[in-house]
Write a protein that binds this ligand. Structure first.
Ligand code: FE2
Length: 265
């Protein structure tokens, strides 16, 4: 199987570019499934029903999110009805929506996506390791899924790497999101799970993690009221492409970067 995961879409230019390119990428890369993190797709903060509908129509099979999922209130009703839009599994009890989903494509292949939020340096939520273990006990490769993708949304590289090893051999891919910076450590772990600490964002990298760079610098310099807005320069799409075998373990892993100021892969 061939699965593409794209990192956090930041703002309008990035989401338009993802929506424009997804249909072609599915054919060009012979993809079985596409998963995209969209938690910053609406002006850098949250996502909306209209954006999610457009991403699904363009070919996204599942959308993941993170700490910004509730920034746009209209998403609350939508997420209750649309099970392909995930919020982190380990949010406090009673949060609307789901953190895990199984989808099936026309060929009958089963994809399970798990959205986890890490604990270190993030707003309080339930323990990430317990949530991931529960998800992987309930959903096993071969028995329940042909591919299991885990989006670990969070700040600390150490926690994300530990979660990757914790899932090694039980998931097809553990990929980090949230920092908006792609890390160079993508590989296949000893047990067969593809891993990357952070896949990076889909957005303008001539910025500070997707936000207009002057305002971001002014903030650090303590220069008065600086409102962050999304940087609107050329967009880089950043992702990871994983090939897997018939027991759901990774056989190859490729960085995917296209457009904008980052070196293409
Ligand atoms: Fe985030």
């Amino acid at each position: 199987m061939r699965v593409l995961f794209l990192g956090d879409i930041v703002g309008r230019m990035a989401r338009n570019e993802v929506i424009r390119q997804l249909p072609g990428l599915r054919d060009e890369l012979a993809l079985d499934f596409i998963v995209v993190n969209c938690e910053n797709a609406a002006g850098g903060f949250g996502t909306t029903p209209k954006i999610c509908d457009a991403l699904f129509a363009a070919g996204a099979d599942v959308l993941t999110t993170g700490n910004h999922v509730w920034d746009k209130k209209e998403i609350i009703d939508y997420i209750v009805d649309e099970r392909r839009l995930l919020r982190p599994l380990n949010m406090i009890e009673g949060a609307p929506g789901n953190g895990i989903v199984q989808v099936r494509n026309a060929a009958g292949l089963r994809l399970v996506v798990v959205n986890i939020m890490t604990n270190l340096f993030m707003a309080p939520n339930n323990p990430s390791f317990t949530a991931l273990n529960d998800a992987l006990v309930r959903n096993k490769l071969v028995r329940d899924a042909d591919f299991i993708l885990v989006d670990v949304h969070g700040e600390a590289t150490s926690e994300k790497m530990a979660l990757g090893h914790y899932a090694d051999g039980r998931a097809s891919l553990v990929v980090g999101t949230h920092t908006h910076i792609p890390t160079a450590d993508l590989r296949i772990l000893p047990g067969g799970t593809a891993y990357q600490t952070d896949v990076g964002m889909c957005g303008d990298y001539d910025s500070v993690i997707g936000m207009e760079k002057q305002a971001a610098m002014d903030r650090f310099l303590g220069r008065g009221n600086t409102r962050l807005s999304v940087a609107l320069g050329p967009v880089t799409l950043a992702g990871i492409l994983v090939e897997s075998d018939n027991v759901g373990l990774a056989t190859a892993v490729h960085p995917f970067r296209r457009g904008g100021v980052l070196a293409a892969t």
